[in-house]
Design a protein around this ligand. Sequence first.
Ligand code: ADP
Length: 270
Amino acid sequence: SDRLAFDVRVAPLTGGRVLVLAEDRTAERRVEEVRRDFVANVSHELKTPVGAIALLAETAADAADDPDAVRHFSAGMQRESIRLSALVQEIIELSRLQAPEREVDFVEVALDGVVAEAVDRVRVEAEARDVTVVVGGEKELRVLGDHALLVTALRNLLDNALRYSPTGTRVSVGVREMEGIAEIAVVDQGVGLSSEDASRVFERFYRVDPARSRETGGTGLGLSIVKHVAANHGGEVRVWSTPGRGSTFTLRIPAAENAQDSTSSPIDRA
Ligand code: ADP
């Protein structure tokens, strides 16, 4: 909520005057609210696969004398378990990223290595969906950051590009530098997003179409993780989209040359 929160104390003074002390608690209250929302959301999201597994187990037990049915329900349990474990994994990842005391070991990271690894991780999925992943752009671009986190962020963008694209389309990944900012763009020819949805997709557990997202294995946390990785690197993630035509997500992070520039003397730069 956007309400302000104050702790107010009133002390009588001499001469009929009063002293009013108002302490601004808005920021603390907001942190509390965000944490409470997170716990509520997480509990809700965990209940879905756990409930499904319980139901499937019960049904399988009832069908004990029908091996085909048991196999069918076991496959369902397996599917839900995989979803549950992906969800738990992402919740852990996100709460680590959100921890205020989090320190990232920043080293120089080559972006083409990040791109190659992330693309490699989605290869099987891309083949299964018959979507072609094309990589292009500048080589040798470096940022200060954490290789594993950047791979995670890009993999999430690629997972989505595949998940929300029809078969036979193309996803391209481009790397370039603009005014000291390294930019990785993931462009798809998928379902796209309305401007209202585009402005909300980075919220935790926000999904345009919960049924579709769930069906395709989405947790609603992917873009929230990307947003936090970007922020931890002093960067940001943006989206442009046309419904029915496709989306472009860009991950923008200060390039490493730039970071080096600021440590060189003014004379070097002149
Ligand atoms: P999910 O795990 O559901 O994909 P995300 O946080 O990664 O969760 O994304 C949030 C929502 O944003 C998705 O449910 C989907 O509706 C929408 N979205 C994300 N990426 C794309 C994309 N490339 N094209 C269309 N919609 C997308």
